[in-house]
Design a protein around this ligand. Structure first.
Ligand SMILES: Cc1cc2nc3c(=O)[nH]c(=O)nc-3n(C[C@H](O)[C@H](O)[C@H](O)COP(=O)(O)O)c2cc1C
Length: 447
């Protein structure tokens, strides 16, 4: 491992380990990496040139399919398959949307692509647009990411001036342009159909599916939505080949992935590793291990069910299939470490308040259940005013919300609650019976 981890301007560490193939994140934290000149000097835009001049659109899609790339926005849908859902061109507009909303607690990987290496994302979008014969792209950036927004806009302007965006890209006859849009700072804007509404100037409520975006997305036209990391992965698949990408990772999850670690660890940060490395490697080798005794960890962003701090879970491979088999999800790969001596009920109250605040209110289970019932029940418990039967009641309420809401936001709230009840029910019962928590309140994790 390199002696000195690269530190981004914000102090988030990105450790590069020679044992691992650091590809997408190799320029994060490097001074001046965001500029076109620097990106080109490092071989930037050669993958786009290769795709546009030596491959057909269908060949690019086949390459991405063969690589086994799965979406990095949370759901892990196979990217090449998603691209092939786009109907044949009919002469009208077609859109590519890059989802850079990144609002889930524990997730902060896309931010550094935008701030430190925006040309890599633009190159990925050019290749994706060519593969799907898309005419226009949007990058939708979380409202709070102002520096990322500025850097990305600058990069789009530089790319336009260099003939990498706009009409007749690289003299190939292919035309594609991008605009950059700031979100207003709402978690629901990351849900793909709510995002499209937001881009169209409407309130960011989710849309009914079907129709899926490939059939009727932005302005009713064929649209594909991909995460920042998904699109940057494509650059390296085209440049080094599907076989190179597919050789890394586990059986159902290929390539490298940018994981994040937060909570009480020595080196919280962003780390690129092959998929299928273990939580133990990430948390101990890269993040330096917990600074206090830990009792649990959240594996993939706040909406993914937590695991207790046990060897069998720490030694699990960080891939889509393994996490699903064990009752959780890989999500965005944002690992959050939870200390032993902190109250789990209070930690979940904090999380529930986040989801209650972010519920868009469109459907009843989420508006009433997530928006009102859950925060009130937690408030009562945490204040020491709970009754022993409130633990069963809480379990009943979350069980009734699960699977009934219009979009996955409500499940994203109730799944972590259910996991905390599964593993740490004793803490809930103690608090409800005694009016005081078994462990102290959290001062380390505030929304
Ligand atoms: C409430 C909610 C928030 C989401 N936020 C994001 C986000 O910030 N970034 C993201 O890429 N995907 C997010 N997603 C997933 C997107 O709906 C979509 O699946 C993803 O952008 C597809 O890209 P991918 O196939 O490249 O993963 C969110 C989903 C939900 C339900």
């Amino acid at each position: 491992m390199s002696d000195q981890p690269a530190a981004s301007p914000q102090g988030i560490l990105s450790r590069h380990d020679e044992r691992y193939q650091v590809t997408m994140y190799r320029r994060v934290g490097v001074e001046g990496a965001h500029a076109l000149e620097s990106y080109r000097a490092a071989g930037g835009y050669e993958a786009a040139r290769k795709a546009l001049t030596t491959m057909t659109p269908a060949q690019v899609i086949d390459e991405v399919k063969a690589a086994g790339l799965r979406g990095r926005g949370g759901a892990g849908f196979p990217t090449g398959v998603k691209w092939s859902f786009m109907p044949p061109p009919d002469g009208g507009p077609r859109y590519l949307v890059c989802n850079a909303d990144e609002s889930e607690p524990g997730s902060f990987k896309d931010r550094y692509f935008l701030e430190d290496d925006p040309h890599q994302l633009i190159e990925g979008m050019i290749i994706a647009a060519y593969a799907m014969q898309v005419t226009f792209g949007f990058i939708y950036i979380r409202g709070e990411y102002y520096e990322g927004y500025q850097r990305t806009w600058e990069a789009v302007k530089e790319a336009r001036a260099a003939g990498l965006l706009g009409q007749d890209i690289l003299g190939t006859g292919f035309s594609f342009d991008i605009t950059v849009h700031r979100g207003a700072g709402a978690y629901i804007c990351g849900e793909e159909t709510a995002l499209m509404n937001s881009l169209e100037g409407l309130r960011a409520n989710p849309r009914l599916k079907p129709p899926f975006p490939a059939a009727a997305g932005m302005y009713g036209r064929p649209t594909t939505i991909n995460n920042v990391e998904t699109l940057t992965s494509v650059v390296h698949i085209v440049s080094k080949g599907a076989a190179w990408f597919a050789a890394m990772g586990s059986e159902d999850s290929k390539g490298t992935k940018v994981y994040q670690v937060s909570g009480p660890v020595k080196r919280p940060g962003v780390y690129e590793m092959p998929m299928g490395a273990t939580f133990r490697e990430l948390i101990y080798d890269f993040a330096g291990g917990p600074t206090v005794e830990a009792k649990a960890f959240i594996p993939g962003g706040s909406s993914t069910p937590m695991f207790p701090w046990e060897d069998r879970f720490l030694d699990m491979s960080m891939d889509f299939g393994t996490l699903a088999k064990n009752g959780s999800m890989l999500g965005t790969g944002g690992v959050i470490v939870i200390p032993r001596d902190k109250c789990i009920v209070d930690a979940l109250y904090n999380l529930v308040r986040f989801y209650a605040h972010e519920s868009c209110g469109k459907c009843t289970p989420c508006r009433e259940g997530v928006g009102h019932w859950l925060p009130r029940m937690y408030q009562k418990l945490v204040a020491g005013l709970g009754r022993p039967e409130d633990v069963d009641l809480l379990e009943n309420v979350v069980g009734n919300i699960r699977g009934t809401a219009f979009c996955p936001l409500a499940d994203a709230c109730v799944m972590p609650v259910q996991a905390s009840l599964k593993w740490f029910r004793d803490e809930y019962e103690y608090l409800a019976a005694n009016g005081r928590p078994k462990y102290q309140k959290n001062d380390w994790w505030q929304a």
